[in-house]
Design a protein around this ligand. Structure first.
Ligand code: NAD
Ligand code: ZN
Length: 359
C-alpha cells in the first residue's frame, strides 16, 4: 500500500509513523517494521470484531496472542493493566516480545504502559484506530492508566518502535469520535501552523467526508507538528505545553459534566474558543480571527460553548488541574492564528470576564 511516513526523533532513538489506508492488512509492511517474533495484541471488545482477525492474518510470520479488554475510559485502570500482565505471563512472552496496541487512546495508553513495565520494559507498536489516537495519543511516548482520584496519574514515558496509522479504520468510527479527533487537528493549526489552519478551512468538506487524501494529509501534518513540538521539548518544560491549548478550560468542562458526557475533543473545542476569547480581550487576537476559529470548529460539528456550570465552580475545577504551577494558572493563549504562547501574567480582570461570559 502507498503510504506516508513521518520520522520522530527523540533523544538517540527514532521511529517511524506510517500513515495510509489498509496498512494493518499489509503483511510486507508489518514484517518490515515489526522485528519481534512474539507479539501480544492488546485490543478491546469493540475493535476486536472489526480488526483483530485482519491484523493477525497479516502478522502471519509472527506468533501472535491477543487480549481483548472491555471498552471504555472507566477501564483504563490498574486492574485492567494486570490483565495485560497476566496475558504476557501466560503466553510466555519474554524480553524480546512486543506488545501491539490495536485501538484508540485508551488501549494505546494502557498497552504502552504495560510494555514500559513488563520485565522492566519491552517494545511496543502502536496501531491507532481512532482519529485522536492517530494524531495525538500514539505520538510522544506518554503512557498511563487512571487512578480513581485523577486521570493518567500512574504512567511512564515509553516510545513505541513504530506507529502504524491505518486510515481505513477511521471509516467505522462514530461521527462524534471522529469530530473529537478533528478538534485536536484544529488545535495544531491554531498553535503552530497558520497555513495548516487555512488548509483545514479549505478542506473541511473533504475531511468531514473522510476522503482518503484529506485524512492522510491531516494526520500527517498533525503528527509532524506534534513530533516537532515534542521533539524540541520531550519532557514537557516549555514548548510542549502549547499542546494544551483549550485543555485547562476543557478540563473543567469534562470534570463538571462527568466523563463521557463531553468527549475530550469536544471539551477542548469549547476550551479553545475560551482561550481565543481571552486572547482577544488581551488585545492579541483580532476579533475576526476568533470568529474564524469558531466558524471552523462549527463546520466540524464541534461544540463552541461550554455548559453553564458557573464561573466559580469552573475556577475550582481548573484550580485542581495539575498544569497549575505555584498556585498560578498558566494558560495557553493565542498570539495569532497559528502561534501560541504559555502565559501566567495575563490580567485577572480579562480572565474573569472570559470565565463569566462562557461559564
Ligand atoms: P477511546 O480509546 O476510548 O476510543 C473511543 C471509542 O471508539 C471507543 O469506544 C473505542 O472502542 C472506539 N473505537 C476505536 N477505534 C474504532 C474504530 N476504528 N471503529 C469504531 N470504533 C472504534 O478514545 P480516544 O479518543 O481514542 O482516546 C482517549 C484516551 O487517550 C484518553 O484516555 C486520553 O487520556 C488518552 N490520551 C493520551 C494521550 C497521550 O499522549 N498518551 C494524548 C491524548 C489522549
Ligand atoms: Zn487533548
Amino acid at each position: 500500500q502507498p503510504h506516508e511516513r513521518v520520522d520522530i526523533a527523540l533523544g538517540e532513538r527514532s521511529y517511524p509513523i506510517l500513515i495510509g489506508p489498509h496498512l494493518l492488512e499489509d503483511d510486507e509492511l508489518l514484517s518490515e517494521h515489526i522485528a519481534a517474533r512474539n507479539l501480544l495484541i492488546v485490543t478491546n471488545e469493540t475493535i476486536a470484531p472489526l480488526y483483530l482477525r485482519p491484523l493477525q492474518t497479516a502478522l502471519k510470520q509472527q506468533r501472535t496472542a491477543a487480549v481483548v479488554l472491555p471498552d471504555g475510559e472507566q477501564y483504563k485502570t490498574l486492574d485492567t493493566l494486570s490483565r495485560i500482565f497476566d496475558a504476557l505471563v501466560s503466553e510466555r512472552m519474554n524480553r524480546d516480545a512486543a506488545v501491539v496496541a490495536l485501538g484508540g487512546g485508551v488501549i494505546g495508553d494502557m498497552a504502552g504502559f504495560a510494555a514500559a513495565c513488563y520485565q522492566r520494559g519491552i517494545d511496543y507498536i502502536q496501531v491507532p484506530t481512532t482519529l485522536l489516537a492517530q494524531v495525538d495519543s500514539s505520538v510522544g511516548g506518554k503512557t498511563a492508566v487512571n487512578h480513581p482520584s485523577a486521570k493518567n496519574m500512574i504512567g511512564a514515558f515509553h516510545q513505541p518502535r513504530c506507529v502504524i496509522a491505518d486510515t481505513a479504520t477511521l471509516h467505522t468510527l462514530p461521527e462524534r469520535e471522529f469530530a473529537a479527533g478533528i478538534a485536536e487537528i484544529v488545535k495544531y493549526g491554531l498553535i503552530y501552523d497558520p497555513a495548516f489552519f487555512v488548509w483545514l478551512e479549505e478542506h473541511a468538506e473533504a475531511l468531514l467526508k473522510r476522503l482518503d487524501s484529506a485524512v492522510i494529509y491531516a494526520v500527517r501534518r498533525s503528527c509532524e507538528i506534534k513530533a516537532e513540538v515534542v521533539g524540541i521539548d520531550e519532557r514537557e518544560h516549555g514548548l510542549r505545553a502549547i499542546l494544551n491549548l483549550g485543555h485547562t478550560f476543557g478540563h473543567a468542562i469534562e470534570t463538571a459534566s462527568g466523563y463521557g458526557n463531553w468527549l475530550h475533543g469536544e471539551a477542548v473545542a469549547a476550551g479553545m474558543v475560551m482561550a481565543a476569547d481571552l486572547s482577544e480581550r488581551l488585545g492579541w487576537l483580532p476579533g475576526a480571527d476568533k470568529q474564524r476559529a469558531i466558524a471552523l470548529l462549527k463546520r466540524f460539528n464541534l461544540p463552541v460553548d461550554p455548559p453553564r456550570i458557573g464561573a466559580e465552580r469552573a475556577r475550582e475545577l481548573m484550580g485542581l488541574d495539575k498544569k497549575v504551577l505555584d498556585g498560578k494558572l498558566r494558560l495557553v493563549l493565542l498570539r495569532s492564528l497559528g502561534k501560541a504562547d504559555v502565559v501566567s501574567d495575563y490580567s485577572g480582570e480579562a480572565f474573569a470576564a472570559t470565565m463569566r461570559t462562557h461559564f
